[in-house]
Write a protein that binds this ligand. Sequence first.
Ligand code: DLZ
Ligand code: SF4
Length: 509
Amino acid sequence: MANLIVILGDQLSPALSSLRLATPNNVILMAEVGAEASYVKHHKHKIILIFSAMRHFAAVLQQQGVQLCYIRYGAVPDVYSMTDAVRYALQQHPEIDGLLVTQCGEYRLQQEINSWQQQFSLTLQIADDDRFICSAARFNARVRDKKQLRMEYFYRDMRRYTGLLMQGDTPEGGKWNYDADNRKACPEDLSQIPPLRFAPDAITLEVIALVNQQFAGNMGNGDNFSYAVTGKDARRAFLHFVEQQLPVFGDYQDAMLLEQPFLFHSICSMYLNCGLLDVRWMCNKVQQAYQQGLVPLNATEGFIRQLIGWREYVRGLYWLLMPAYKQHNALNAERALPGFYWHGNTRMRCMQQAVQHTIEHAYSHHIQRLMITGNFALLAGLSVEQVTDWYLAVYADAYEWVELPNTLGMALFADGGVLASKPYAASGAYINRMSNYCKNCAYNVKRTTETDACPFNALYWDFLNRNQQQLGANPRLALPFANWHKRSDNDKAAILAKAADTLNRLEQL
Ligand code: DLZ
Ligand code: SF4
């Protein structure tokens, strides 16, 4: 059988399941297409990363002598979508009598792929994406019949399944989870150890020029792109993280410091999610570093948990619950996304920093995403659709399988508690504890109703008050609700008035 094997922009792994099935008469199709580059307004660095990594990956395939059909952005006039690209490739290769694709990471595009069988009257084979450790069948069997799908038990199962950080049946060090040791605020004089960056080569420079021109209005400046675009460089970046940053990463993984966008974070999610890194290889490297005494257990366990626990868990949930999952809006959040999510011009220092880092790097770390931009969106009741589209667009590591559960479920609680047992709502006090932003802010984090009061404070109480019906019975919110009810009527009225005023003036914050 002569298959057309379609490799997508986030499937850049030499051991991809569809490539393992390739035979010499197969043709491989890769395409930079308008539809995928613009279904949300992607950050320039995200497009550059994907296009440049695709071109580097294609160059290696070509060296290996495979038959390759590579469509560069704008090179073939009638090709706008992946479907158009397949039609074009079939015209060029009439000998093709089958289509082969590794399962895609987004429901939207998978639906388009599923239509190809009928559209082109060819057999279509979808190969499992076994770059993930937990198959859909395994995930569904694990969570079936459980009323509440919680990560912790899934994670323990994955530890046993992979044998990572296990001594026989017991977890390394006696505990499954060392998160309690991972929440330290950063001393202000602690300097980040920056991740490894790479000067763009000729291929990347060409892509930068293309993206600067064709996507001029998108977020970011292509000229300061310096991420890895090959598997080899991505592995170098990750080993640098393991040796230099990981020993400190655990302690300060939730901390935020002014003008230090990366602290000790690996930023390797963008490489892993487009296929340049392999999750099993990464976990083994981290475990080896621990066994050699180079990295403490809290950092090792915390990192491995993100990879084999959280990452696999959100992916399983996404495929289990789509397409209905995307429609959830449990807290009826409909307010328009304020402009500062795109330009970063706001006097709220925390927000300004999180958005500025995003504009500069198509990256901000998990606490900036969850507790600053996500928390603000939750408290202000910003439109679930607009917020999820924003996250999908602006982060270089964002594909819907990972972005949607993290945003809609974790940050916005729009799934009503499928993913998280309580909303991650916090006032300015949390941000003040975990960062030095508040000291450098025009607003006063200790105040709630005064002119210079931190906007997060009144919005926090307003959030609880307006969602009492949905959240009032949640045992994990009993204390905050009790604190709200203890307040005098006058206090409550003043706070709610301040919140209403804040919500009316979002663009001026
Ligand atoms: C995100 C993205 C972008 C920007 N461009 C392309 C592209 O031109 N060609 C392609 O094959 N894939 C691209 N992608 C990734 C897809 O949109 C989609 O997010 C993933 O394939 C989902 O698994
Ligand atoms: Fe953010 Fe409020 Fe702190 Fe300013 S005072 S940085 S707005 S939490």
